[in-house]
Design a protein around this ligand. Structure first.
Ligand code: CO
Ligand code: CO
Length: 450
């Protein structure tokens, strides 16, 4: 129905197409509903895509956050999408055989490129280590604005998979290249994840990991400069707190580096222990958080403001938003930390849905990259692993068990399918059971990326 917007329309319809495009653009600007924009199924039906990834946010993690905050009978923003399905997330080995539990790098490569790869690899093939084009690269090449937001380091696996191609996720800064010999500048490679992130001139990159960007390049033409200096030379605006972010204007790339490493946690509490904790309430003002540190919702709203780029009728944006520390606190068997991060992610979902309500033609997808270890178990259960009992906001007792690892090394991911929920053009494609590589195709088709 909206095939005229795909760029593949027949010649004789070009004038009509242009007129309709103008009409759609002005309707969108006025905040009114463009025809077919809300539920369109055709290629190119979406003007914008907002993809939200809760790292390690399986059904257990969602249910824990729901029970603790709005209650067992309540609903999170995450729960309010009209279309909900499940997708599989397994990785592969170098011969293409399934590796049933993925890490964030292989998983992000799956949705960002449409190809499965080996654990640890960032947007490169499992066998021959060749780069695979990503959604963000395709969006940028097609003239869309692009953005990526995370509570982790910007060089961490999920944001990295959109803007970098390296053999191993550990190659985050110029000083971290040990496991990526073929990607070094000296060998003619594209360098570390930080260098590649900057080289993409992404319109909006917001997160942590300032220490990676402050590392000095030691090889190649940029030798002797830090990655931060390279960004400045390319005309990027670097912001380091919420006030500077709010003052940033569209027109040149904005690189937000709000912490040396991962952003501080939202909530804290006692971690789970062998034999269980006494019933506890979570502390909802995390240490190290201040008004200067933007939370995920603030970063999302600011990214959307910067990506709007008035005057670019017909060209929208692709934005990725990651709630990264759901995963990190799950690894630490820290139920309060985990719930706080999930709630913060849920507020970012609300920001995305608010935007979509005013901008028809926006496909919003919220999903996870893999399941994790936390489980809601009966109060009488005596888990073999670590556990903690929480007193929820509705006054209930909720026991959380972590049983994927017996040792002190931390908990592990799980290989379960995870939720994928969506609204807007092509949202229907998330229904049923799909694989995460199909999300790549859905977004590519929705934006008619070539
Ligand atoms: Co992950
Ligand atoms: Co993890």
């Amino acid at each position: 129905m909206r095939t005229w917007a795909t760029g593949k329309r027949p010649h004789r319809h070009r004038a009509l197409g242009a007129a309709l495009l103008l009409l759609a653009a002005s309707a969108a600007a006025a905040g009114t509903s463009a025809p077919a924009a809300a539920g369109g199924e055709a290629a190119g039906a979406a003007r914008n895509v907002i993809l939200l990834i809760g790292d390690g946010m399986g059904d257990s993690e969602i249910t824990l956050a729901r029970n603790y905050t709005v209650g067992a009978g309540g609903r999170l923003h995450l729960d309010r999408f009209p279309m909900t399905g499940s997708y599989t997330t397994y990785a592969v080995d170098k011969d293409g055989r399934p590796d049933y539990v993925t890490d964030s790098a292989a998983s992000a490569t799956g949705w960002a490129t449409g190809h499965k790869t080996v654990n640890g690899r960032i947007s490169k093939t499992p066998d021959t280590d060749r780069p695979l084009p990503t959604l963000l690269e395709l969006a940028r090449n097609n003239g869309l604005s692009t953005g990526s937001v995370t509570t982790a380091e910007l060089t961490d696996a999920t944001p990295a998979a959109l803007v970098a191609h390296v053999a191993d996720r550990s190659c985050q800064g110029p000083a971290d290249m040990r496991d990526c010999p073929g990607d070094t500048r000296e060998r003619g490679g594209a360098g570390s994840i930080a260098e590649q992130s900057v080289a993409h001139d992404v319109d909006v990159l917001l997160g942590g990991g300032r220490q990676r960007f402050d590392q000095t390049v030691t090889e190649g033409p940029d030798r002797g400069r830090t990655v931060t200096e390279l960004a400045l030379r390319r005309g990027h605006r670097i912001v380091t707190d919420a006030r500077e972010l709010a003052a940033a204007r569209p027109g040149r790339p904005v690189l937000g580096l709000f912490a040396p490493e991962t952003l501080p946690l939202e909530w804290t509490g006692a971690p789970a222990v062998q034999g269980g904790t006494a019933p506890q309430r979570c502390v909802t003002a995390g240490p190290g958080r201040s008004a200067g540190t933007p939370d995920l919702e603030t970063m999302t709203r600011q990214a959307l403001r910067l990506l709007e780029r008035p005057g670019r009728a017909g060209k929208g944006f692709f934005l990725q938003v990651e709630g990264a520390s759901i995963d990190k606190t799950d690894h630490d068997a820290d139920p309060c930390g985990q719930i706080g991060e999930t709630v913060a992610f849920d507020r970012a979902v609300r920001a995305a849905r608010d935007y979509a309500a005013g901008h028809p033609g926006t496909l919003v997808v919220a999903t996870a990259d893999h399941g994790h270890s936390s489980q809601i178990v009966p109060l009488a259960a005596r888990p073999a692993g670590l556990s903690s009992t929480l007193i929820t906001d509705e006054g209930g007792l909720m026991k959380v068990g972590y049983g994927t690892h017996a040792g002190e090394e931390g908990q592990e991911h799980s290989g379960v399918q995870v939720r994928i929920a969506a609204q807007g053009p092509l949202a229907r494609r998330v229904l049923g059971v799909t694989d995460q590589t199909e999300l790549f195709t859905t977004i590519r088709t929705a934006l008619a990326l070539r």
